[in-house]
Design a protein around this ligand. Structure first.
Ligand SMILES: [Zn+2]
Length: 467
């Protein structure tokens, strides 16, 4: 197995809601981008073009001079990427076709070992494969020289299978497009895209200040855009990280696993104690302010000045707040680290954040402060640590994880003392029942649909997050 210590992952960045003319611009570019791809599919996805796919340079030259770009009025930064995108789709299509044929060759009992060796060798050599498909002369590959085979019979089989299974890539989606670094720039928290008018860039204000210097993909949503940023994450050498763990993220205990282990126990008490202390501080500051005003009113300038020197308690309050925040953050980080070291997960399954007012907390920047609640911070740290450790973080819907009994599947009750199922008598903490439900739902979904996993980043293949 090839060991890669870096892998490309997609992270999503979001724009602010965009004005209609900006949305129209994006849709226009995406529409033309799709047209270019369809044009490339039509020209190069057939049997006659198999031998030409190796030279992207030649294809690009032809596409530059065919007049399509001028006809669409599409800037080169988009046009050329659309061509590349389409060529890589076509190559992917051929790759799948060859895999299909290889499977059929293996299963075909009328073939000898020598037959199979010949066919497999040909499938590896595009110029030879292309020549056979187009009935042209070709040199016998070295590996297949001297084999006792009926070449023409095998070539006919290859042509027949190829004709039967060759498809054109599905006409491209028109809900997004890729941009090379030359086609965008950043300024003042906004992304600027090359437009159809020279020197006139289209501004997309961003929700966070991350910047990228690689090819990005703009995905159009209802009234904003999601931007796929490829990031290199250092894949730490964790060959032993193979397990799948199912984690309930809770208020009281940070992480409860379906096997019963808890990491970050008592996080809720820690942060509620903090909240209480802050409230007490607030009351104290209120009293101090009042006392300041009273002193002024009473003409006690010295006392007022003393209070003022103390910054009305602001300084101490700020320091204390910061200190407690740091404590909670390090408690969270230590808990997550301990979980990863102990459980050695290759995959972590959690539930999606529950949406409040249709605003997903997961969309907030990773460096969000925990001043509101530590839960958002837990999620963002978990996501980041998974990325840097090459761990897949799977978020499933929280539906059916709360009130269903993880033992028998009946509707149970969430009481103060925990989860209780009156049907089978199962009792546990609400968090543990939730984690066990996550395990059950995820395991079931795996058996019904095959999970596709792909480390390599193909622009345009990733699902766009819903608006
Ligand atoms: Zn039950």
């Amino acid at each position: 197995m090839q060991k890669k210590d870096r892998l490309t992952k997609i992270t999503w960045q979001y724009t602010e809601p965009l004005p209609e003319e900006t949305m129209d611009f994006l849709k226009g570019i995406a529409g033309d981008y799709a047209k270019v791809k369809i044009n490339v599919y039509e020209r190069y996805s057939g049997i006659a073009s198999l031998g030409r796919l190796a030279s992207l340079f030649d294809i690009m030259t032809q596409m530059r001079h065919c007049g399509l770009r001028e006809q669409l009025g599409l800037p080169s930064v988009y046009y050329e990427l659309a061509v590349r995108d389409a060529v890589s789709d076509i190559k992917g299509m051929w790759g799948m076709l060859k895999n299909k044929i290889r499977t059929l060759i293996t299963a075909n009992e009328n073939l000898s070992d020598a037959d199979r060796l010949y066919l497999r060798t040909v499938l590896k050599l595009d110029p030879v494969y292309a020549a056979i498909l187009n009935r042209e002369e070709y040199p016998m590959p070295e590996k297949a020289a001297g084999l006792d085979i009926e070449t023409e019979r095998l070539n006919n089989l290859l042509r027949r299978l190829t004709r039967r299974y060759l498809v054109r890539p599905a006409s491209g989606r028109s809900d997004g497009f890729s941009v090379s670094p030359g086609g965008y720039s950043y300024r003042d928290g906004s992304l600027y895209l090359v437009s159809r008018v020279r020197r006139n860039r289209i501004r997309l204000p961003l929700k966070d200040d991350r910047e990228c210097d690689r090819q990005i993909r703009i995905c159009i949503r209802k009234n904003d855009a999601a931007i796929a940023l490829p990031v290199n994450v250092r894949k730490r050498k964790h060959e032993d990280f193979q397990n799948t763990i199912f984690v309930h993220l809770g208020y009281r205990d940070m992480c409860t696993l379906s096997n019963g282990t808890i990491y970050g126990e008592g996080l809720g008490e820690l942060s509620s104690a903090r909240t209480e202390r802050l409230m007490e501080k607030n009351r104290e500051r209120g009293r101090m302010r009042q006392s300041y005003r009273d002193s002024l009113a009473e003409g006690d300038r010295k006392k007022a000045a003393d209070i003022e020197t103390n910054n009305l308690g602001e300084l101490k309050y700020g320091r204390q707040k910061k200190k407690e925040q740091t404590q909670i953050e390090s408690y969270i980080n230590a808990g997550i680290n301990r979980m990863l070291e102990t459980e050695k997960p290759g995959t972590i399954v959690i539930t999606k954040p529950i949406t409040v007012n249709k605003k997903k907390s997961g969309y907030k920047p990773a460096n969000r402060k925990i001043s509101e609640s530590p839960q958002g911070y837990v999620r963002s740290r978990l996501l980041q640590k998974c990325e840097t450790n090459g761990i897949a973080l799977v978020e499933i819907s929280s539906r059916g994880t709360g009130s269903i009994c993880s033992n028998c599947g009946a509707e149970g009750k969430r009481l103060a003392k925990g989860f209780v199922c009156e049907n089978c008598g199962y009792q546990s903490s609400i968090a543990l029942n939730g984690a066990r439900r996550i395990e059950a739902i995820y395991t079931k979904s795996l058996s019904t649909k095959k999970n596709r996993q792909d480390d390599s980043w193909m622009p345009g293949n990733e699902p766009i997050p819903k608006s």
